[in-house]
Write a protein that binds this ligand. Structure first.
Ligand code: ATP
Ligand code: MG
Ligand code: FE
Length: 337
């Protein structure tokens, strides 16, 4: 299965085989293209996907020593994401599949993130609870089968990754700030800045991160605004987000009685989050699964995997190019393999 990801500012291409696993994967990040604007410029993103996608497909096939004729199908991200960026991947994938007389499969981007831990050794088996924390989403999901997803909790405002990015920006860190803020936090002093753990003082599994961002802004304005304050504030902010996520994960496990936890999405690359949940798992006797950091953020491998599973389940759509800039994860059909 060829997998193509173009939902935002990353062009990802990968080849996945259900028996042999991941055969090759390549990623082109547009970060430099958007950095001057402080965020992703949708039209620039679409055009750059046009430029990069086909060379990346050729290189990925070459990496695996395969040709187009070897493909069983072509999977692409059909949504959610930026409409123009999605259409580039959808048009390329559908055209390629049409020319090769192979099926094309439109994949839900968040299902891709959700299934990414299955690219690793010792993949999780449903049922599990998944914490999906990315640039656009913060969700807790109960997965009872591949394709049967129940939303347990969601963010009421900013996504976790968005809060990382915005807090980094207000302290003057360059775009994309999340990973930079996390790096700074490692050198920060613990305890100098102490922020709230939003919505943990009441029952429920929803999140809210925008208040935390405001607290960080006020603390930053009241500080000396120097490198030490920036690092210490990054540390305090990261600890607040990570603690909040960890508390809600434990709560979701308790509420469902499930003992397996999956972490996915870009914020899943965060080292403190991984360490804290690994420690909680060891202490409390549940199992935790993470994709490698490169498969937490956007990539083609997760799309190839999700496409391969859906093709194996016999799920094909009419050969139309359809994308869903907004798409409710809970409306997916069951993929009974
Ligand atoms: P979505 O998947 O919801 O459509 P997206 O595709 O933009 O959004 P991802 O690529 O999954 O999101 O993740 C990117 C996000 O992850 C960014 O907000 C980024 O700041 C955040 N992120 C990446 N690495 C880290 C890290 N080490 N610590 C904290 N946040 C991180
Ligand atoms: Mg991205
Ligand atoms: Fe994503």
């Amino acid at each position: 299965m060829l997998g193509i990801e173009t939902s935002c500012d990353e062009t990802g291409v990968a080849l996945y085989d259900r028996d042999r696993g991941l055969l090759a994967h390549r990623l082109y990040s547009q970060i430099r293209l958007h950095a001057d604007y402080g965020g992703v410029v949708p039209e620039l993103a679409s055009r750059d996907h046009v430029r990069k996608l086909l060379p990346l497909v050729r290189q990925t096939l070459a990496d695996a020593g395969l040709g187009l004729a070897d493909l069983a199908g072509v999977a692409y991200t059909a949504g959610p994401g930026l409409a123009g960026a999605l259409l580039v991947g959808a048009a390329a994938a559908r055209s390629l599949a049409w020319a090769l007389e192979r099926p094309a499969i439109g994949v839900h981007h968040m299902e891709g993130h959700l299934l990414a831990p299955m690219l690793e050794a010792d993949p999780p088996e449903p049922p599990y609870v998944a914490l999906l924390v990315s640039g656009g989403h913060s969700m807790l999901i109960e997965v009872t089968a591949i394709g049967r997803y129940r939303l347990l909790g969601d963010t009421l405002d900013d996504a976790a990754g968005e809060a990382f990015d915005k807090t980094a920006k207000l302290m003057g860190l360059p775009y994309p700030g999340g990973p930079a803020l996390a790096r700074l936090a490692e050198t920060g002093t613990a305890g100098r800045f102490r922020f709230a753990r939003p919505m943990t003082d009441r029952p429920g599994l929803d999140f809210s991160f925008s208040g935390l961002k405001t607290q960080a802004l006020l603390a930053w304005q009241a500080s000396a605004g120097d490198d030490q304050a920036r690092a210490d504030l990054a540390r305090g902010f990261e600890e607040a987000v990570v603690d909040t996520l960890a508390i809600k994960c434990r709560r979701a496990l308790a509420a469902t009685g499930v003992r397996r936890l999956v972490i996915a999405g870009g914020v899943g690359a965060n080292r403190r989050l991984r360490a804290q949940l690994a420690e909680a798992a060891a202490q409390e006797g549940f199992a935790v699964y993470f994709p490698r950091p490169a498969f937490c953020t956007d990539n083609g491998a997760m799309i190839a995997l999700a496409g391969a599973l859906r093709l194996a389940a016999g799920q094909l759509e009419p050969p139309a190019i359809a994308v869903h800039p907004r798409w409710d994860l809970e409306t997916l059909p069951l993929a009974a393999v």
